[in-house]
Design a protein around this ligand. Structure first.
Ligand code: SF4
Length: 217
């Protein structure tokens, strides 16, 4: 809930001291919206997030005695909880094989051609269809990390990418100081990559650095 439109670093800086003394929904409600707003003011959208966290905490107390529910419907009925947040909770807290598609996962899946889609729901559905065991539980974590540290939004670092030969994105980013043609000549080896010309328009649009995932209305 706190990470939307905020960096992980900013969230960690704000939440580390907060979670030292606020650990339950009851404690969060007692902490109060004003104090929470002040505690997370370095995070984007902190006003709305503080309001949602307090409302969420109160709802957890009222509905389930402070326990986090483990069904998608119950989770998504809570204030400020959408499908992605519900998937994160289902996966990391309850071990379910679901795929939380954030901006990093959306970008990587479209650029590479792994699971292209016009919106996050399409990408999630494709990941669910194609990701095999034993990778289903942790796939979305790896995709997030790949997008955050290598396949970056503004400039993918293709020259040091371990899956460059499987990726459909073109042109590949050359190493700093290298001639552009060096990285562009990387040859796909997978059958999926060999069908790169069949990319969809949505895939191509997601190649642009500012591409943002959306949910269908
Ligand atoms: S080769 Fe480049 S575009 Fe493809 S996954 Fe790696 S970093 Fe991303």
């Amino acid at each position: 809930m706190l990470s939307a439109q905020a960096t992980d670093v900013s969230v960690n800086v704000a939440t580390r001291p907060l979670f030292e003394h606020v650990r339950t929904p009851r404690q969060m409600v007692d902490f109060g919206e004003d104090a929470l707003r002040d505690a997370i003011k370095t995070i984007g959208l902190f006003n709305t997030k503080a309001k949602n966290v307090i409302a969420l905490s109160q709802a957890l107390i009222d509905r389930s005695g402070g326990k986090v529910p483990r069904t998608r419907d119950e989770l998504q009925s809570l204030p400020g909880v959408g499908r992605k947040t519900a998937n994160v909770v289902l996966n990391t807290a309850f071990g379910e094989e679901v795929f939380a598609v954030d901006t990093h996962v959306f970008r990587v899946c479209n650029r590479t051609g792994l699971a292209p889609g016009k919106n996050v729901d399409e990408v999630e559905a494709k990941l669910d269809k194609i990701v095999p065991q034993p990778f289903r539980r942790d796939a979305h974590h790896w995709l997030i990390l790949h997008g955050r540290y290598i396949c970056k939004a503004r400039l993918p670092e293709c020259w040091r990418c371990p899956v460059i030969d499987l990726c459909r994105y073109n042109p590949k980013t050359p190493a700093p100081g290298a001639k552009p043609s060096a990285a562009r000549t990387a040859t796909p080896r997978s059958s999926a990559a060999r069908t790169a010309k069949g990319r969809t328009a949505s895939t191509r649009s997601a190649n642009h650095s500012r591409a943002r995932p959306t949910r269908p209305r």
